[in-house]
Every structure is written in C-alpha cells, then in structure tokens.
Design a protein around this ligand. Structure first.
Ligand SMILES: C[S@@+](CC[C@H](N)C(=O)[O-])C[C@H]1O[C@@H](n2cnc3c(N)ncnc32)[C@H](O)[C@@H]1O
Length: 142
C-alpha cells in the first residue's frame, strides 16, 4: 500500500480536524464562493473546508487519499443535509479520474502538499488558491 495512504489511515485525523472547524469556515468565507461554483478540495480530510464551501452554495468534490476520512466526510455532508458535497478516495499525485476543466476553483488546505508528486515538484513549498507556489515566503506563478 502507498505508505502515505497507510499513514493517514492509521490515525483518526477527525479528532484534530474537529478543533479546526471555525478556522476552516473563516478561510472559506474569504474565497469569494458563489452558488454553483465548482470546487475541488484536494486532500480534503473530513471536510473542514469542503462543507463550508458547500454551505455557501458551491458544488464541491473532496478528494482524499484516506478512505476513513472520505467516509467521515460523506457522513458529515449527509448529516448537514448537503447534497452538493461529495467525497471520494484519490491521490493528488494522480488525478486521471478527474475530468479536465471540471472545476472553477481548486483548493488544498494543508492537503496536496503531502502528495509525493507535488513534493517532488515543489519541494516543501505550498500553493495559494490561485495556484501560485509559496517558496520561502515568495509567490511564484510557475
Ligand atoms: C493535515 S490534513 C488536512 C485535511 C483538510 N484539508 C483540513 O484542512 O482539515 C492532510 C490531508 O491530506 C490527505 N492526503 C495526504 N496525502 C494525500 C494525497 N497524496 N492525495 C490526497 N490526499 C492526501 C490526508 O489524508 C489528510 O486528510
């Protein structure tokens, strides 16, 4: 099994995520989400940002490598009555299952940075919502 997948499935990230719901909601409030916006949340966990985005009217697909978190996300979406928020298992290193040009906004909050292919390309940098890399505090559009 992919060691990254094994690692994330080994623990219960929901216990940590439960302490960060408010910051997830605050962050999503700043993304300019409108009804019908198609949002892909990569490395979504159990939906700390996916659910608030769906509550604002976006059509959200959350992809995460950990099966237990995908299940938890779908359960949380159902509990909140959100039919516009779906979670599926997948690896941010290989998004062949995701059709081209299917999303208006791709977000990843401490998520895709764990994918090996992203780490190979970006080192330890991160990308902001506009897809820019943040390397040592400097934004780079490559
Ligand atoms: C620190 S958690 C953040 C989860 C969520 N974005 C949040 O803010 O609560 C990192 C997440 O990335 C997921 N992840 C790690 N490697 C991944 C990969 N290669 N593809 C997709 N998801 C991945 C983990 O399963 C975990 O849910």
């Amino acid at each position: 099994m992919n060691p990254n997948k094994a690692l994330w499935e080994k623990g219960d990230f929901t216990r940590i995520a439960a302490t960060m719901r408010e910051s997830g909601e605050a962050l999503v409030q700043r993304l300019g989400i409108t009804k019908g916006l198609r949002v892909l949340d990569l490395g979504c966990g159990d939906g700390t940002t996916a659910l608030p985005a769906a509550k604002l009217g976006a059509d959200v697909l959350g992809i995460d490598i950990a099966r237990n978190l995908v299940e938890a996300g779908n359960k949380r979406a159902a509990e909140h009555g959100l039919t516009n928020c779906t979670f599926q298992e997948g690896d941010a290193s290989n998004l062949e299952q995701v059709p081209d040009k299917a999303f208006d906004l791709v977000i990843s909050i401490f998520g895709a940075m764990f994918a090996q292919a992203v780490r190979d390309r970006e080192g330890d940098g991160a990308r902001d919502p506009a897809g820019r890399s943040d390397r040592n505090g400097q934004l780079d559009s490559e």
